[in-house]
Design a binder for this molecule. Structure first.
Ligand code: ZN
Length: 112
């Protein structure tokens, strides 16, 4: 191994997603919310679009989330990207859309 190690933040994210899926038997995927500060919010979702785990907040390569997130708990105003990482093979497209709307669609309405 060379000393040079390229950090890919998405690598940590993927590892987290896998961990959440492993720990959540009902999960069909993991909702991932990326915040402008670099922290992430994640939660497993069930086939009915309900949370299948508690919401996990984490910051790559850090012991805890940033001060801003501690204050506002990862406010929707600071969301830069959100998606669902489906557990393979994943539900049918129709079901995916329904889950997406239920899990992430309502999030937008709640940010004013
Ligand atoms: Zn943060």
């Amino acid at each position: 191994m060379t000393a040079e190690k390229i950090r890919d933040p998405e690598q940590g994210e993927r590892a987290m997603i896998e961990g959440i899926i492993e720990g959540s038997p009902d999960a069909v995927g993991v909702a991932v919310i990326r915040l402008d500060c670099g922290c992430r919010k994640m939660a497993a979702v069930s086939i009915s679009g309900e949370p299948a785990s508690k919401i996990i907040m984490y910051r790559d390569q850090a012991e805890s989330i940033c001060e801003q997130c501690k204050k506002d708990n990862g406010d929707f105003m600071r969301v830069v990207e959100q998606f669902i990482s489906w557990k393979e093979p994943g539900p049918a497209e129709e079901v995916k859309k329904e889950i997406w709307a239920k899990v992430l669609g309502t999030a937008e309405e709640r940010s004013n």
